[in-house]
Write a protein that binds this ligand. Structure first.
Ligand code: FAD
Length: 311
């Protein structure tokens, strides 16, 4: 390991990068450094030559993150061009770079008759989707996941199979500080027309029920029912976060520029000039009010990262 930080890279590394520019919610202070690796060897070299006391944090497109107003200490890593390949392997398998957008992957897969249609309406990257076990309308990444190529915090290149991932409701486990660089997904084979229709109806369904044009991170809180013992969303005790928020009278509630959407009360939106603190404080208020109303303790689905602003 070299002593000099940052080490020489083939990608780009910049100091003091404003995170609000990169985040879906348009909030967040400075990252000490933003590193965009050229490819997986560049990433591996960077990680093995970065002292272990310097924190690293990988982002996709921050579609599930509130970055706090004081920013992120250490290095934020964002995968770019070298990681957005989409390669068809056979009739039902596809190899995708972790920076590829879910919606692009769904459309490319549909072109060749592979059903990954549930990804069409999820705004993130494949790396973020795997980490979060993203899913909707009854399908989850874990259903289509075969393996992932990963670079560990020490810079080692490893492969993780499904049993290594410990997928759960909106989560998976990869070694701490590791970065997914490529994923193999498999889907059922259907006709392209069938898949395109399916994607269109998912898009229609979303725009009917969710504020898709607003700045949000999708669902703010996990549905209290979560997974059942069969590993799928529990339809019997189907308890939706939006319902308990509605019941607590918090639909439309706001703090500063943060508001719980009237269209879907589990969507927290930045209506213009919200700070991360506005968003986080509104979330805390919703948790408090829902608990007082129903005894249910909502859990965040959106991750909050970084430091609050200090006076
Ligand atoms: C309008 C809207 C609708 C949404 N609907 C849904 C939905 O239906 N279902 C759903 O599940 N989610 C939904 N989301 C939430 C979000 O899109 C998903 O959680 C998505 O998978 C996050 O991907 P991302 O690339 O933006 O990751 P980020 O938000 O940037 O990061 C999320 C987590 O993934 C980790 N991560 C990102 N990339 C990598 C990588 N390469 N290697 C390792 N870890 C990585 C980050 O460190 C972080 O822990 C929605 C969001 C919005 C804005």
């Amino acid at each position: 390991m070299t002593e000099k930080f940052p080490p020489t890279v083939r990608g780009t590394i910049v100091a003091n990068r404003l995170m609000s520019d990169l985040s879906w919610l348009k909030v967040g202070g400075m990252a000490d450094y933003l590193y965009q690796p050229a490819d997986k060897d560049d990433l591996s070299n960077f990680l093995s030559n970065t002292p272990k006391n310097i924190p690293v944090f990988i982002i996709g497109v921050c579609s599930n993150l509130i970055v706090r107003d004081g920013g992120i200490r250490g290095v934020v890593i964002k995968l770019g061009r070298g990681f957005n390949n989409i390669d068809i392997l056979d009739n039902n398998k596809i190899s995708v770079g972790a920076a590829a957008l879910d919606s692009h992957v769904a459309r490319k897969a549909a072109d060749v008759g592979i059903d990954l249609t549930f990804l069409r309406t999820i705004p993130g990257t494949i790396g973020g989707a795997v980490k979060m076990n993203a899913g909707c309308y009854g399908s989850y990444i874990e259903d289509v996941f075969e393996s992932a190529s990963v670079v560990t915090r020490e810079g080692k290149l490893i492969t993780l199979n499904k049993e290594d991932m410990h997928f759960d409701y909106r989560s998976s486990e990869i070694p701490k500080g590791s970065i997914i660089t490529n994923v193999i997904l498999k889907g059922n084979h259907k006709t392209s027309v069938e898949l395109k229709n399916k994607m269109q109806s998912a898009l229609d369904k979303r725009s009917e029920s969710q504020p898709i044009d607003a700045r949000s991170c999708g669902s703010t809180f996990r549905n209290p029912s979560g997974f059942s013992s069969t590993g799928k969303i529990d339809d019997v005790h189907d308890l939706k976060a939006w319902k308990v928020i509605d019941n607590a009278g918090m639909s439309g509630a706001s703090i500063g520029g943060a508001k719980m959407s009237n269209k879907h009360s589990n969507f927290m939106i930045n209506i213009g000039d919200a700070t991360a603190a506005d968003l986080e404080n509104l979330g805390k208020e919703v948790i408090k009010k829902v608990y007082a109303d129903s005894g249910i303790k909502l859990e965040w689905e959106i991750m909050r990262v970084g430091e609050p602003l200090t006076e």
